[in-house]
Design a protein around this ligand. Structure first.
Ligand SMILES: [Zn+2]
Length: 159
């Protein structure tokens, strides 16, 4: 009985075509919990791998964690020179933000999801966010987006 109101609301929203937590729209597979959507989903994981250079410590962190806040707090330190250091620091925030906004697009704009498009979206969002980080502007000015997107892994190589 104590869940009556919630259940009622849930059913009403479902009736309105509102997407409630059920099947993950990125992989059309498992139940969409926060832990699945942001870390465990095979689609999301492929994006994390593409933009982080498949580093073991990142993969391990994502496998161990169900909580996005902990992933942000425990994001591994990486000694990379130049623009790479700013990219690495912002990366988990941008991935989480991008996953959330792509999920929204899939649901409300009925767009399909592709790992390639998602990877490019993370890179483009990161490039835009760097412009809002004054200390990164000098390094950013040495790059252009097309080359950065192409040479992403090289920019994240430890120096
Ligand atoms: Zn999924």
């Amino acid at each position: 009985m104590e869940f009556g109101l919630e259940e009622d609301t849930h059913n009403r929203l479902k009736g309105m075509g509102w997407h409630m937590a059920n099947k993950c729209v990125l992989c059309n597979g498992e139940e969409e919990t926060d832990g699945h959507l942001f870390m465990g989903c095979p689609s999301t994981l492929a994006v994390w791998k593409n933009v982080s250079g498949e580093r073991d410590e990142v993969i391990q962190l994502l496998q161990d964690q169900q909580d996005a806040m902990v992933v942000l707090k425990q994001w591994p330190k990486l000694q990379v020179p130049g623009l790479g250091s700013y990219i690495w620091t912002l990366l988990p925030y941008v991935v989480l933000w991008s996953v959330w906004s792509m999920r929204t697009d899939v649901i409300f704009q009925e767009e399909g999801f592709s790992v390639e498009a998602a990877t490019m979206r993370v890179k483009a969002t990161l490039w835009a966010w760097l412009a809002m980080l004054p200390e990164s502007l000098k390094e950013r000015s040495k790059h252009n987006f097309i080359n950065l997107a192409r040479n992403w892994q090289a920019v994240l190589e430890p120096g």
